[in-house]
Design a protein around this ligand. Structure first.
Ligand code: WTA
Length: 631
């Protein structure tokens, strides 16, 4: 089942909606090696929040990414290229070598007592061990939960405890540009805060320059591998419905949610979408710049390309180290054919000037991708003209942690494109745009983006909280999956994603909930209440600003602002930087007590009069009072 032309797309799109089960059966048979066939393709009920794919089927996810390619004669082809932060630091693994490493890690994990269904937290940067340990967990059926290195000890602790992890795998640290990030110190702090379910912390040594102070719970990964890591491991057969991983992500309210993906549906969808969107060819080198700690790294640095037998490159460092030519240099050095990055990286690199790009040939590039936030037409054009010299089609891929894989995107070199539009839904995906009353809008116009039917990559639940799963995603518009994004369809049916309509913000493509920032501020004894907002920013997409109401009789100061900035980083992580703090005498609220953040967002952008509908505002006088302060 290949989709290689626009005619194929149109045929399969129609077919996928009319004969959904047959369509997904064909996809699953074509993309995945199953140990046992399914007895039922899907069992879906949006009204109950029930999502099940490929019932009764069995597979081993790791076998699909590795063993299968050895059997088909690809053992000596490149599977993984690791590029370190420092130029010229690299490690390359063929499929056979990666297979051996994953077998060793699987055996070593089992020797540590890790069993199927156990949760393993991976607080690992973009180093080969993150790929190896993810595939090892998948192989033995342990549920991995990667935590991005930019999250603090407090964030680690709450995630570890939420999923009840048995083990933490981490590294001494990682290099990002000129900085050394001491990851182990964050783990030690999290352990000191209390992670009662964790029996051991396994440490990978990033290099010989940084050792670690040995705690009673520490084990050196390399030593353990030497002792127990034999090179063969027979991956067991797992049910398609067994959990593959949990990835925490921010929502509008409350603590981050443990998004749960299951083996069969997730892998099928990652493999299928990787193939049709990027259109890889034999011997391609593919590079996704995302950190493995985010969903993009899961689906499109690891599972998608490896399930398709495509060589994947991961990079440890930042785009502008040692200079803003680094990405293009890596592309030339490894002859990267398919390149997938985020608009925020493109904005940083575009602002550094075209000379850094033009210094390199970039002739190997065939496909360019973008993800994570809306891309402006200007940035899209720069990507197209300067980076790709109009030779490489752009795929603007819209999706979410919850969707497991890409839902709306052009197919490289096949679909028509428009700068700034994610274009059309993939076969099997049925987006709808709803108006304020929740009615489907036909034809063109803006509204709330929802999905009218399930797809195999759809998250299966929130770990440990089925009620929250239903309430968050299915209760807002009964019968639909609610995305939290706004979108617009134009006269020709192209989709344009306008961004979140809830209190989720994207800073440099990193997803963050305003609620997390606000509860961090509340830890400060002087703070009575606060409201965080995302304000448009030319480089980071959005920047974080906060309106703070202090307790009776207290006054704001530079020093207090600094304390709050430090506090937020300590509570949430280094990924958050508070750009501005406003001291206000009160917050605009509805009569039912909900903060009206859209008003504050406008104020932060300098708006003084046009705040839209204020009829639900409890105390209209607050507007003038806040404006007077901002003056
Ligand atoms: C946003 C990242 C516009 C969107 C894969 C979504 C995008 C959120 C695009 C999910 C795109 C992602 N155009 N917006 N191509 N891709 N988004 O969970 O707001 O980190 O809801 O997953 O990113 O972020 P997440």
């Amino acid at each position: 089942m290949q989709i290689r032309s626009w005619a194929d797309y149109e045929y399969f799109y129609k077919n996928s909606l009319e004969h959904s089960d047959e369509f997904w059966s064909a996809v699953a048979e074509y993309k995945i090696k199953w140990r046992k066939q399914w007895s039922q393709v899907s069992e879906i009920d949006f009204n109950l929040g029930k999502i099940n794919w490929f019932l009764g089927a069995e597979l081993n996810v790791s076998e699909n990414c590795l063993d299968r390619h050895l059997e088909s004669g690809k053992g000596d082809q490149i599977a993984l290229i690791w590029v370190g932060n420092h130029p010229n630091e690299e490690k390359i693994f063929t499929f056979r070598e990666l297979y051996r490493e994953v077998c060793r890690a699987s055996n070593a994990l089992e020797a540590l007592g890790v069993e199927k269904g156990d949760r393993v937290v991976l607080y690992l940067p973009n180093i080969p061990e993150v790929v190896i340990s993810i595939l090892a967990c998948a192989r033995i059926g342990a549920i991995h939960s990667v935590i991005f290195g930019g999250f603090s000890a407090h964030s680690i602790q709450s995630r570890v405890n939420d999923c009840g992890a048995k083990l933490i795998l981490t590294a001494t640290g990682t290099y990002r540009g000129n900085k050394w990030i001491d990851l182990k110190a964050n783990i030690d702090e999290a352990m000191a805060l209390g992670c009662p379910s964790v029996t051991k912390v396994i440490v990978c040594e990033r290099d010989s320059a940084h050792g670690f102070f040995s705690q009673s719970y520490d084990l050196k990964w390399a030593e353990w591998l030497d002792r127990f890591g034999s090179e063969n491991h027979l991956g067991a057969s797992h049910s398609a419905g067994d959990p593959l991983f949990i990835l925490y992500t921010s929502g509008s309210t409350g603590k981050p949610k443990g998004v749960l993906h299951r083996m069969g549906g997730y892998l099928t969808y990652a493999a299928y979408t990787y193939d049709i969107v990027f259109q890889p060819k034999e011997n391609d080198i593919y590079w996704c710049t995302a950190d493995v700690g985010w969903i993009t790294g899961h689906s499109y640095s690891i599972y998608g390309p490896l399930a398709n037998g495509v060589a994947t490159l991961i990079y440890e460092g930042v785009p502008n180290y040692p200079d803003p030519g680094r990405f293009w240099r890596i592309i030339d050095q490894y002859q990267v054919a398919i390149f997938y990055t985020a608009p925020t990286a493109l904005r940083i690199l575009a602002s550094a000037g075209d000379d850094f790009v033009k210094k390199y040939s970039r002739h190997s590039l065939r496909v360019l991708g973008t993800v994570g936030e809306p891309i402006s037409p200007e940035t899209w054009q720069w990507y197209d003209e300067v980076v790709g010299e109009k030779r490489a089609p752009i795929v603007d891929t819209w999706w979410q942690t919850e969707t497991g894989g890409i839902l709306i995107s052009p197919l490289a070199g096949i679909s028509p494109t428009k700068p700034g539009s994610a274009s059309f839904p993939l076969p099997g995906i049925e987006p709808k745009i709803l108006d304020d009353a929740g009615k489907e809008k036909l034809g063109s116009g803006p509204g709330t983006l929802v999905l009218a039917r399930s797809w195999p990559g759809q998250m299966a639940g929130i770990y440990g909280d089925p009620e929250r799963f239903y309430k968050t995603y299915f209760a807002p518009y009964p019968g639909y999956y609610w995305t939290g994004d706004g979108a617009q369809r134009d006269d020709e049916g192209f989709y344009w994603i306008t961004g979140r309509t809830d209190d989720v913000i994207k800073i440099s493509g990193h997803r963050l909930g305003t609620a997390e920032v606000e509860s961090a501020c509340l830890v400060h004894p002087f703070v009575s209440e606060s409201a965080a907002v995302g304000v448009p920013d030319p480089i980071t997409g959005e920047s974080l600003q906060i309106f703070v109401l202090l307790k009776e009789g207290l006054k704001g100061s530079e020093q207090l602002a600094q304390e709050l900035m430090d506090l937020v980083r300590k509570e949430v992580g280094s990924i958050v930087s508070l750009k501005k703090v406003y001291w206000v005498p009160g917050l605009p609220k509805t009569r039912s007590g909900k903060i009206m953040r859209r008003i504050l967002r406008k104020m932060a952008q300098g708006e003084k009069t046009h705040f839209g509908d204020l009829s639900s505002l409890a105390d209209p006088a607050i507007i003038e009072m806040i404006l007077a302060i901002l003056e």
